[in-house]
Design a protein around this ligand. Structure first.
Ligand code: 0A1
Ligand code: ZN
Length: 879
């Protein structure tokens, strides 16, 4: 017990090396859904050759031990000690061959960790610590081993038997059984082990690597999904080519497998040569998947593929170093998507996501540095901080060193560490050494939590034509850390004249003038930059391309924002200016609403939107992003005390006001884009659909909206347009919504991924009626609390994306959700913990809601045998 948290806190500083090498594992599976028997044989060699013996410590959970032997001698329970998740064999000889036999029960495994059943097939999930649910083993990433895996099973039930590496043999056995043997020549940590057994269909293709190696690519899915794999295959091939071209990295085996499952706690998993994917990130057909799904598939396929180098070939020393592989791999997948699609649009989506998901996390009870210092349950640290903020920190290296310098660093990183389990310090050292720069201070980003705030003020002196920007950085204390240090903050800036021209930037301290963007480096708490030869008071364009993950404070006037929206060359700054304008309009109306005053629509916002809507030269997807109003949760983060209903009312008011004032322009643009062309997958077509559907979402708030929505629904030949229409009808409470939803349900009731969308459309509807709807939908035959995608679509969306529903003043949403967390905890602690985090921001609400949420948190915390996963989340929240 530590700080009231049941379960042990594990500290990064307590890392110790594993004393043994385990070079090879022979592992044999006798596969069955109810019972699987696992036999393992491994040789332990003591690293310290001056010693003759040492304890061997293995990890295991829920394993029925059938036998254990050491160097040929069967051990009895007196010969070893089992405690918690470890088994210790005392004083084992310096060379020890361990053989084990255990039985496990995949069909009873509802936690979806270890070996489990999905539909009719079996599969594994081992990251982070699932291998210990399969067999006794040193289940830690710094123990790297080659694996030879033999799978034996009934041939008709499990015709496909897969594991990592290359197939080394197969054969039939008596009684309708068969076996397949797989061997992975690359030493790997146990978290990258995988097996799949079942009756699956496959799509096959090939990729020839730059050096001429032929790689067989196979995507395995349940038979009915075989016509939905093409986009995933295309994405995989693009990812393989891109990694060669951009990172000089080639695939290293002759085979690459992807298996799709409907039952997965996360997005996907990078197991060596046998990736396992949530089917959401594999399956797509224009009539079943939206443009966002297509982009998500490309990104996640890329992500898992890129892990082969950043994660698998070079892995993490321990789980505190998770961002070493995740931050870097997210950076790589973001760059891949940016190179495949529109760079600017991708950047904006990434930034929007970081601000709306990671910023609140950094400011909440689970605040942690990208490299945490302690945890109770590592599964709680697969967070937006480790992943998305981690990626922005990698991006800062890239900003500081440039593409060539960054690639030099990557090259050195692989030269030094291929085949090793290393730390973020090793990565930083490779970047620094390859570029002959000192990055020590930059390293603070790894250990400091919280979002830095940069307050900027400026001064123009017309007489001297000097313009000074003064920056002040502070990082507010967080839940986990009181004292904060100054960070290295790359600051990309431009200056615009009133007519929108870029002014040359010449620092008073020397350096040539540059036109466009100047990259400055803020290293101290307080810094001033004076530019000379500035002929007029400029409009500052700050943190171009969002050069650092900070909150930017500058008192922009509406005129300055308008100049940036119209003229700035940087897509982020343009978008951010539009968001700022919308945000301040909404928050101002929210205040008026609270005071009982009539709300009103700002002329400057109208003018800006008029400009955006009339822009025929910009990428339509960027215009769509600019007109997407900040969401309610993001707005809530900007308030001292969250006014749930006020934000909702004010945002609605602004949206309806814009719609009604600009309906002619919205209708014109909608008509232009709604050109009746058949569906196409190109990014141009996606961009046009994005803008079209944003226009529709505004038009739905006008008299013509309902009929436009109905017409779009009727003529749609793709899921993006269909969903936009139905969701729109649902949100305006149209009389047509009921039929639209029920027709959709009749068409797709047997399709789990499409039914997820049906649940989402209903769970997200604002207002007090939705809780009962959610209760009712839980009874629907397509819903199962055992299925993570369903839990996320219905319960996750209701609790995290429906503020007026979840935060109902009577606390009914809270009580309902707490019941679900408790119910889930008995089945799938990882999912339960994710759901429990819906309460994380409870202290930011009014007294009544605070008290109601606290009661529910306490109720959860008091549950007997609560998992460490949920306990860590709720006890941190309560602290
Ligand atoms: N490494 C995977 C994510 C992942 C993590 C944990 C899992 O189970 C607990 C599953 C997947 C990735 O980054 O894609
Ligand atoms: Zn990853």
């Amino acid at each position: 017990m530590k700080d009231g948290i049941s379960g042990k806190l594990i500290y990064r500083k307590n890392y110790t090396d594993y004393p043994w090498n385990v070079d090879h594992l022979e592992i044999y599976f006798d596969i069955g859904s109810e019972n699987t028997t696992v036999r393992a044989e491994m040789e332990f060699l003591l690293k310290d050759t001056t010693k003759t013996s040492q304890d061997i410590v293995l990890n295991g959970v829920d394993l029925q031990l059938l036998s254990l032997s050491l160097n040929g001698d069967l051990l009895s329970s007196a010969d070893y000690a089992v405690e918690g998740e470890t088994l210790t064999i005392p004083n084992a000889p310096a060379s020890s061959v361990i053989k084990t036999e255990v039985r496990i029960h995949p069909a009873n495994n509802s936690a979806l960790e270890g070996l489990y059943l999905s539909g009719t097939f079996l599969l594994t999930q081992c990251e982070a610590q699932g291998f210990r649910k399969i067999t006794w083993f040193p289940d830690r990433p710094d123990v790297m081993t080659t694996y030879r895996v033999t799978l034996e099973a009934d041939k008709s039930e499990f015709p496909i038997l897969l594991s990592n590496g290359n197939q080394k043999g197969s054969g039939d056995l008596a009684g309708g059984r068969h076996w397949v043997c797989w061997e992975d020549p690359f030493p790997k940590p146990s978290y990258l082990f995988a097996l799949v057994a079942g009756d699956l269909a496959l799509l096959e293709d090939h990729f020839t690597t730059r050096s001429g190696r032929d790689v067989v690519l196979r995507i395995y899915v349940e038979a009915e999904n075989l016509d939905r794999c093409e986009h995933a295959m295309e994405s995989l091939i693009n990812a393989m080519r891109w990694d060669e071209e951009r990172f000089n990295l080639e695939y290293d085996l002759d085979i690459y497998h992807i298996v799709a499952t409907n039952d997965f706690n996360m997005g996907a998993m990078e197991n060596k040569s046998l990736n396992i994917f949530n089917s959401k990130y594999v399956l797509a057909r224009p009539d079943t998947a939206t443009d966002a799904d297509y982009q998500g598939i490309e990104g996640v396929i890329g992500h898992e593929y890129f892990h082969n180098w950043t994660g698998n070939r070079v892995t993490c020393r321990d789980w505190f170093e998770l961002t070493l592989k995740e931050g870097l791999t997210v950076f790589r997948d973001e760059e891949f998507s940016a190179d495949m699609q529109s760079r600017a649009v991708k950047r904006i989506r990434v930034i929007r996501d970081l601000r709306s998901r990671q910023f609140p996390e950094d400011d909440g009870p689970m605040s942690h540095p990208i490299r945490p210092d302690h945890y109770v349950e590592i599964n709680n640290f697969y967070t937006a901080t480790v992943y998305q903020k981690g990626a922005t920190i990698i991006r800062m290296y890239h900003t500081l060193l440039g593409e060539a310098g960054f690639q030099k660093g990557m090259k050195l990183y692989f030269e030094r560490h291929d085949g090793q389990a290393v730390t973020c310090d090793d990565f930083l050292a490779a970047m620094a050494d390859a570029n002959d720069v000192n990055l020590d201070r930059f390293g603070r980003w790894y250990s400091q939590s919280g979002t830095p705030q940069v307050h900027i003020s400026d001064h123009y002196d017309a007489a001297t034509q000097e313009y000074t920007l003064t920056l002040e950085q502070t990082t507010p204390a967080t839940h986990d850390q009181k004292n904060k240090q100054a960070l290295v903050i790359p600051f990309a800036v431009g200056l615009l004249a009133a007519d929108g021209r870029e002014l040359p930037l010449q620092l008073k301290t020397g350096q040539d003038a540059v036109k466009g963007t100047r990259l400055l480096l803020m290293e101290e708490k307080h810094q001033e930059y004076t530019f000379i030869n500035i002929p007029e008071l400029p409009v500052p364009s700050l943190f171009r391309d969002y050069s650092a993950p900070v909150k930017i404070f500058y008192p922009y006037t509406p005129e300055q924002l308008a100049t940036l929206i119209t003229h700035d060359s940087d897509a982020f700054v343009k978008w951010d200016a539009a968001q700022r304008m919308a945000q301040s309009a909404i928050l101002e109306q929210c205040q008026r609403h609270a005071k009982g005053l009539a709300m009103r629509l700002d002329e400057s916002l109208l003018k800006a939107f008029r400009g955006i809507l009339s822009d025929r030269s910009a990428d339509p997807a960027l215009l769509a992003e600019a007109m997407n109003l900040p969401d309610e949760d993001y707005l809530a983060e900007q308030m001292e005390v969250v006014d749930v209903d006020g934000i909702h009312a004010a945002r609605r008011f602004i949206k309806e006001g814009l719609a009604s004032e600009l309906k002619v322009l919205f209708a014109e643009r909608y008509a232009e884009l709604n050109d009746g062309q058949p569906y196409r997958k190109s990014s141009r077509a996606m961009a046009r659909r994005a803008l079209k559907n944003v226009c529709l979402s505004y038009l739905l708030d006008t008299e013509t909206g309902e009929s436009l929505g109905a017409a779009q629904l009727k003529s749609s030949d793709n899921m993006t347009d269909t969903l936009a229409a139905i969701q729109g009808l649902v949100l305006i409470d149209s009389a047509l919504a009921g039929t639209a939803l029920s027709d959709f349900e009749s068409e797709w009731r047997a399709d789990p991924l499409v039914m997820d969308k049906w649940f989402i459309m209903q769970a997200i509807k604002p207002g007090l009626g939705t809780l009962n709807k959610v209760r009712e939908l839980m009874q629907h035959e397509a819903f199962s609390i055992q299925n993570p995608n369903k839990v996320r679509s219905l319960l996750g969306v209701f609790s995290m994306l429906n503020p007026t529903g979840f935060h109902a003043a009577d606390g009914s949403g809270y009580a309902f959700h707490a019941d679900r967390v408790i119910e889930l905890d008995g089945l799938n602690p990882q999912m339960a913990a994710r759901m429990a985090s819906a309460f994380n921001r409870w202290k930011r609400y009014d007294e009544d809601r605070k008290a109601l949420m606290k009661t529910q948190l306490q109720r959860i915390a008091a549950v007997k045998n609560l998992s460490g996963d949920v306990s860590e989340i709720v006890n941190n929240a309560l602290r």
